[in-house]
Design a binder for this molecule. Structure first.
Ligand SMILES: [Zn+2]
Length: 269
């Protein structure tokens, strides 16, 4: 397998559309698989701590199947003594939100993060979320590009007049606003899927246990993790989401825009 050894000069952080904050190493230029490499991603944020990565360390790069080379190994035996510790960032480079731990990853939990906007809207309109098939991928891309939608809450504030001003035809605009109108009443489990990205089975389990959004906000990750189909990672994802003040603000804006979350009646399970 191809590998190239070079030195790590800096660590930057990038955030993916799914909100995972991924450290990227800036390295001395090196040839790998016919290309000159100057940047390579780390597998995840935990890798830096687990391998005690230092600036100046010799690192081995390896190609990956999907997106560019990865830092596969750190070679502490090649240290010269001039290495210094890596300062991990604590905030999202796109929205300044505090990063939170989720398994081996650091994540930006903000539903208002511009990097994640398209992905979060895709989840909201999905069949297991608010189920708005009238919003196809092209429509979502256009809503974001025209600045009509800047946060997930904006979907629920769409007005025909505003859409027409941004270039939509009158009939199209009417159909989109009608779709939002139909989707406003949502069950708690669907709201959890749409907003936090967890699986429907886990969302249903949390919804049946908590029965209202207000009570989901108060659930601690430890007790949520013990519910059927949930587990630690899902519990962390929900708790990280609910603890973030920006997300509480977006949920409040959605409620003001008419989103009603049905309470699950007691005794259902
Ligand atoms: Zn962010």
């Amino acid at each position: 397998m191809d590998r190239a050894i070079t030195r790590l000069r800096a660590v930057e952080i990038g955030v993916t559309m799914k909100g995972i904050a991924r450290p990227v190493g800036i390295v001395d230029p090196v040839a790998l698989a016919g290309e000159t490499i100057i940047r390579a991603a780390f597998p995840n944020a935990a890798f830096l701590r687990e391998h005690d990565v230092h600036i100046g360390d010799a690192v081995a790069l390896a190609p990956t199947n999907n997106d560019g080379p990865e830092i596969a190994e750190v070679l502490p035996s090649l240290r010269t003594g001039d290495e210094r510790a890596v300062q991990m960032p604590y905030v999202c480079p796109r929205c300044n939100c505090d990063l939170r731990q989720s398994g081996d990853d650091l994540v930006c939990p903000s539903a208002g993060c511009p990097e994640q906007l398209s992905e979060r809207i895709a989840r909201i309109i999905a069949a297991d979320g608010f189920n708005m098939p009238e919003f196809d991928a092209a429509t979502v891309a256009r809503l974001v590009a025209t600045g009509v939608v800047n946060t997930p809450a904006d979907i629920f504030k769409l007005r025909e007049r505003e859409l027409v001003r941004a270039g939509w035809g009158a009939a199209e605009a009417r159909a989109l606003v009608a779709a939002v109108e139909r989707a406003r009443n949502v069950s708690l489990d669907r709201l959890l899927v749409a907003m936090t990205g967890i699986e429907p089975a886990a969302a249903e389990s949390i919804a049946v246990h908590a029965r209202s959004l207000a009570r989901v906000k108060r659930l601690v990750a430890g007790s949520m993790a013990r519910l059927p189909n949930v587990g630690t990672l899902v519990a962390e994802a929900v708790s990280n989401f609910m603890r973030e003040p920006r997300n509480r603000k977006i949920l409040a804006q959605m409620a003001r825009a008419g989103v009603v979350t049905a309470r699950i009646p007691a005794g259902r399970n």
